[in-house]
Every structure is written in C-alpha cells, then in structure tokens.
Ligand binder design. Structure first.
Ligand SMILES: [Ca+2]
Ligand SMILES: [Ca+2]
Length: 392
C-alpha cells in the first residue's frame, strides 16, 4: 500500500514479506514499518518497527504492509493493518523497533480485527465526526467496521458494521464529508459482489446502507472493480476504476434544484415559469422560488418562518450586524453569499467586509450559517446586511 507523509516531511511506509535482519545490525526491513526522513538529497530511516512475529508473518505470506499507514490528525499516532488481521497503533516519534516477546509491548496498541488471518487490502479510513473520531476498515472476508478512536487509542469493539462482507480480494474504501457534519458523511466502498459493486454507507452508522450500484443495475452496474483500489470523490462525483479499462463516474443525474422543483410542482406547473420559475412566487409570500429553495422553505405555503434572521453581536467592545440563514446540504447548485452595505447601493462581501461566525448542523440534512459585518454599527450612519443567492 502507498506511503503517508506528515507535516514535517517524514514519510511512513509499511513493507511486505522479505528478509528481516535489522535487529542484528543488518539493513533489511521485511514485514516492518519505516519512518523515512529526507535530508540533503538523501533519505534515511530514523525510526522503525517490526512485529514480534515477523518471521511467522514472512513464512506464512502474511505481509505486514498489506494495509498501508494512515496518519491520525492532531495526534502523533498512525494506524496500520497487516494481512494477519492485526491493527497496529504506532507513535510516529518512536515506532518501537523489535522485541522478541509474545506480543509487541513496544508500541501504543495492537489487536486482532479479524478472527481468521485474512487480506487487509488497503489503508484504514479516518473521519473526525461530530461525536466520535472514526476509523473504518473493510478487509477481505470482513464486513465494513467503524471503530472509535479516542485520540489516544482505538476501542476494540466496533461502533457499527455493515452486513455485506468483502470477498477474497477486497476493493477499496473512501469517505466524503462536509467537515464533521454528520448528515453529509458517506463511506464509499467497492466490493466484489456482482463482479464489482459500489456501495455507500452513512458514516455515523455504517449499518445503514444509503445506496449501491445494483439497485438499478441496468443503469448503474459497475461490472468490474480493481482490488485494493479506493474510489475517489471530487466535485460531487465518485470515480471508480475497473478492470474493463474504463473509469466509471457516478453523480446525481438531475441537478438538486431541478429535483426540488419536481418534488414541489406538478408537470403542468413545471411547464409554466410563472408558477415554477426562479422568480415566481406562487404562494404570494414575497419569497421567490429560488429563495424558497435556498432557505429550505415551502414554495406553496405562505410563511415567514425559515427565512434569514438578522441580529446584532457584541464583539471586542462593538456591536455588529449578523445574519443567520438555514440551508439544505443538498443545495450544491446555488451559492449563498452574505453581503453588507452602508447605502443599499454598493454591496460587499468576503475578506474585509464579512466574517463567518458559525455553522450549526441540525443532523437532518440542513445547517444554519451565521455571518457578521466587520464594520461596527457605531462607526456608520447606516448598515445593511443581506443574503445574495446566485445560480450558475
Ligand atoms: Ca413564495
Ligand atoms: Ca413559502
């Protein structure tokens, strides 16, 4: 599996089967983990670890490095999985060397995540969620497990697991999330069912499968997959490699705004822009449809609740205008920008004009965003604040 690098430029690699004689003064690091430090155009081993049973691992083809190192943010630790089914938690500043005992007393933690010796396949996946830090593993012949990382060690009993197990040659696992927002976080994984299937699980509870590519197989089937190869998520799409010499790209077939229109208007209404168009206001509440979409309100119910709320915050001895608005997380096809003005003619936003105050996730697919003015009320004759909605 691939190496990992930290903010100091140190590189961490886990090796597979091979000669190990470092403990007796040799230069061979089979079934080990190495910390490589670049300096003056050379790279040197500045710390290393080999499991106590490295000779057994080598003899039984249980490559230590079958799951690569994963650095854990905001700690000095990293985690690695071996083909033997052991998960290792190591201290980056002192990996531990080698001890000839019956267990690795020289490292932070180790435990068996699989009862049988199986294939790890790839690096674990980390997510800093709203209530827990998670480490996800989906190894060969195993279900996808979500472990809790406390910041110092890993709880050995999984918080949740899927019901679908990998086969002998596991695919790969990735995660997409909007920060720590629970409702946004998805664990994506490929596995060997039906020749290759992409599956999506709720990260806070991986027992809940959100979607898989066999639900509408005619349209979405992956067909084949590449073992140990994780999906890549970027710009709202999921990219999956296959053995059929093609890259399969998954995304929403219909833009979110269009889905919202379809959910709120009949086919006849959709054909009439005076009812379903961006600037139409069929419920007569003064809020045009695009704003009803942006603020997650009902375009057919005249109501004022749910609209942006203006307030005043006291910061550093001065009062500032603030505005809070609710937005659905699926609204990825519009941009809401808070703007401020002193004259209702010239509006400004961003650095020097507005500052983010908070983002509160409601856990139901919506969040409340609060932004404030940077000009104190007391220093101006008038101050105004608004949310500007734009759609490409
Ligand atoms: Ca309206
Ligand atoms: Ca309305």
């Amino acid at each position: 599996m691939g190496p990992a690098a930290d903010e100091n430029g140190d590189i961490y690699v886990a090796t597979g089967n091979g000669t190990f004689d470092r403990d007796t003064g040799g230069r061979n690091y089979g079934d080990s983990c190495l910390k490589l430090t670049p300096s003056n155009d050379t790279v040197s081993v500045t710390s290393w670890f080999a499991p106590h049973n490295q000779a057994t691992l080598n003899a039984q083809d249980l490559d230590f490095g079958s799951g690569g190192p994963l650095l854990l943010p905001s700690t000095n630790l990293f985690v690695s999985i071996g083909k033997s089914g052991t998960i290792y938690l190591l201290d980056r500043s002192k990996l531990g060397g080698f001890v000839n005992f019956s267990s690795d007393t020289n490292i932070v933690q180790e435990f068996q995540i699989m009862t049988n010796k199986q294939i790890a396949g790839q690096s674990p996946v980390y997510w800093n969620g709203p209530t827990n830090q998670f480490i996800f593993t989906w190894c060969g012949f195993r279900v996808l497990d979500a472990y809790k990382f406390t910041g110092a060690n890993i709880q050995t009993k999984p918080l949740a697991a899927t019901t679908v197990a990998q086969g002998k040659s596991p695919g790969g696992t990735s995660l997409s999330a909007n920060g720590s927002l629970a409702s946004s976080a998805i664990v994506w994984g490929t596995h060997d069912g039906n020749g290759g299937t992409l599956r999506a699980y709720e990260a806070v509870n991986v027992a809940h499968e959100l979607w898989n590519s066999q639900q509408n197989a005619t349209r979405d089937a992956l067909g084949s997959y590449v073992k140990f190869c994780a999906p890549t998520i970027a710009n709202g799409k999921v990219y999956v490699s296959t053995t059929a010499s093609n890259l399969v790209v998954y995304g929403l077939l219909t833009p979110p705004y269009q889905l919202w229109q379809q959910a709120n208007f009949s086919p006849a209404e959709l054909a009439d822009p005076t009812i379903s168009g961006d600037t139409a206001d069929p419920d007569g509440d003064g809020i045009p449809n695009l704003a009803e979409y942006a603020f997650n309100t009902n375009p057919k119910v005249a109501e004022l609740s749910g609209l942006p709320v203006m307030g005043i915050s006291f910061v550093g001895g001065s009062d500032y205008l603030t505005i809070s608005y609710e937005q659905a997380l699926f609204n990825t096809d519009i941009t809401c920008t808070v703007e401020v003005s002193g004259n209702l003619t010239t509006w400004s936003s961003g650095s020097g004009f507005t500052v983010p105050v908070s983002v509160v996730d409601h856990g139901n697919g919506t969040e409340t965003i609060t932004v404030r003015d940077t000009t104190p009320i007391s220093s101006a004759t008038s101050r105004f604040i608004r949310v500007h909605i734009s759609r490409p």
